[in-house]
Design a protein around this ligand. Structure first.
Ligand SMILES: Nc1nc2c(ncn2[C@@H]2O[C@H](COP(=O)(O)OP(=O)(O)O)[C@@H](O)[C@H]2O)c(=O)[nH]1
Ligand SMILES: [Mg+2]
Length: 243
C-alpha cells in the first residue's frame, strides 16, 4: 500500500470552548455528547481527499491535535506545536473573552514554532509581521451557534475586524453538537476542506509548478496547478489599518 502523507493541524482555544467536540465532529462526522476533560493533548486523525474531484486528487491524513486549554499546561504544551502545518483557532460565540484570547493562543503557537515574531514577551500584534513571516494556514471556528438568538447571530456576523479578518483566514460558526453542521456539500464543509487543502498544499506542493514534493506515487506531478479551479488556495495576508 502506498504511504499516506500527513499534516499536523493544531486545535487551540480556551478551556470549554468546544475543541474536543469539534475535533470529534470533524474526524468522525458524529456529535460527541459527553466530552471528557482533555488532559494534555489528544489526537484525532481524519482521511482527507486533497482537491477532491480534480485530476490532482490525493489522499492525506490530517492529524488534529486537540491541545488542553487549561493554564496549568501552559509551560508544557509547546512540545505539541512542532511541526505546525495548520492552526484551527476555536472560540465560543457566547463568550467574547474566548475570542479575544485567540491572539494569545496564536502568539503562543507561533513563538513555540521557532519564529521570532514576538518581542520581549509582549504581544505586539503587527499582522503583517505576525502572519507574513509564518504563512501557516489558519481557520477560525466559533462554536455554540445554537445558543445565540437571531439578533446576536447577525450582530456577530456584521462585526468586522475579528481575528479571522486580521489574518486573512476563513471563519466558520457552527453547533458542534449537530452532526449536520459539517455535512458534505454545505458551505462550511467546503470551507473546511479548502482549509485542509491549503495546509497540505503548503507542506507538500510546489507553489510554482503544482508538483508534489518528494513524490513517490507519481501522482499530480505533471498536472499544473490550476488557480482557476482553486482560486483561494493561497490566502492572502490582509492588514487592518484600525489595529
Ligand atoms: N450548545 C453547544 N454546546 C457545545 C458546543 N460545543 C461544545 N459544547 C459543550 O461545551 C462543553 C465543553 O466542550 P469541550 O469540547 O469539552 O470543550 P474543550 O474544553 O474546548 O475541549 C461541553 O459541555 C460540550 O457539550 C456547541 O456547539 N453547542
Ligand atoms: Mg477538551
Amino acid at each position: 500500500m502506498a504511504k499516506i502523507d500527513k499534516v499536523r493541524v493544531i486545535v487551540v482555544g480556551d478551556s470549554g470552548v468546544g475543541k474536543t467536540c469539534l475535533t470529534h465532529l470533524i474526524a468522525h462526522n458524529e456529535a460527541l455528547t459527553r466530552p471528557g476533560w482533555t488532559v494534555g493533548c489528544s489526537v484525532e486523525v481524519k482521511l482527507h481527499e486533497y482537491k477532491e474531484g480534480t485530476p490532482m486528487q490525493n489522499t492525506f491524513f490530517i492529524e488534529l491535535w486537540d491541545v488542553g486549554g487549561s493554564l496549568s499546561h501552559k509551560n508544557t504544551r509547546g512540545v505539541f506545536y512542532y511541526p505546525t502545518n495548520g492552526i484551527i483557532l476555536v472560540h465560543d460565540l457566547t463568550n467574547r473573552k474566548s475570542h479575544e484570547n485567540l491572539r494569545e493562543w496564536l502568539a503562543e503557537i507561533l513563538n513555540k514554532d521557532g519564529k521570532d515574531s514576538m518581542k520581549g514577551g509582549d504581544i505586539e500584534f503587527d499582522p503583517e509581521n505576525f502572519f507574513g513571516s509564518t504563512q501557516i494556514p489558519i481557520l477560525v471556528i466559533g462554536t455554540k451557534l445554537d445558543l445565540l438568538d437571531e439578533k446576536q447571530k447577525s450582530k456577530y456576523i456584521q462585526k468586522a475586524g475579528g481575528i479571522a479578518e486580521q489574518c486573512g483566514a476563513e471563519e466558520i460558526c457552527l453547533n458542534s453538537l449537530n452532526t449536520r453542521s459539517l455535512a458534505a456539500g454545505t458551505t462550511d464543509a467546503v470551507k473546511l476542506a479548502r482549509f485542509f487543502d491549503k495546509v497540505i498544499e503548503k507542506k507538500y506542493y510546489s507553489k510554482e509548478t503544482g508538483a508534489l514534493y518528494g513524490d513517490k506515487r507519481k501522482i499530480a506531478s505533471t498536472i499544473p496547478y490550476n488557480s482557476a479551479v482553486y482560486p483561494n488556495t493561497f490566502a492572502s495576508v490582509t492588514t487592518n489599518p484600525n489595529m
